[in-house]
Write a protein that binds this ligand. Sequence first.
Ligand SMILES: C[S@@+](CC[C@H](N)C(=O)[O-])C[C@H]1O[C@@H](n2cnc3c(N)ncnc32)[C@H](O)[C@@H]1O
Length: 208
Amino acid sequence: MRVRKKKHGAERLAACENYFFPACENISEVFENGNPVHVEIGCGKGTFVRDMAKKYPEINFIAVEKITDVMVCCAEKIKSEELSNVRVLCADAKTLAESIPANSVDRIYLNFSDPWPKAGHKKRRLTHKIFLDVYKQILKADGSIALKTDNDSLFEFSLEEFAANGFTLDEVSYDLHSSDFAKENVMTEYEANFSKQGIPIKRCVAKL
Ligand SMILES: C[S@@+](CC[C@H](N)C(=O)[O-])C[C@H]1O[C@@H](n2cnc3c(N)ncnc32)[C@H](O)[C@@H]1O
């Protein structure tokens, strides 16, 4: 994602501090309602997490993004709609087990993660074993990962990596928008763009 430096980005983000996900020992210190917790990793500008949080007020969401200037847009969206079931976390996915308590997450969303097509870069893919081992720490015993992508190679890599690392594959679709899951689908920004170009969206759910 090409990112233009935001004017006063740090100050704008700081103004959203009530929506930051804080360091905690137990998720109930942050969300006091005992509702399920879903985490979107690489939330970009936050359209998906905003729309999901409005559609499912009985679910708590944590939006994770590593680039501060991108996170500003997401945090401001959540603040402007006063969505009390969302917190934002500016962090690299690799470090999530340091911020999110173990066994606390019901579902992780990976939406249109960077494909890193070169073989030499495969350790950067968000479905590489290195990342799956982190997700396993924060997921509950029956937790799951829902992945969507436009990219055939990343999809095939991810299906293999999930299967090789103890996940069971479910709801595998090579054309989400023509599938039974289309009705409940909430589009991301990238998804809307790829879809406009006629690129089929691939999706799967990987369950522990
Ligand atoms: C291609 S964009 C997709 C944005 C959004 N999910 C969508 O579908 O519209 C991928 C996003 O993931 C973020 N990202 C990439 N690697 C990450 C990592 N290791 N940890 C957290 N975020 C990451 C990028 O900064 C970027 O904002």
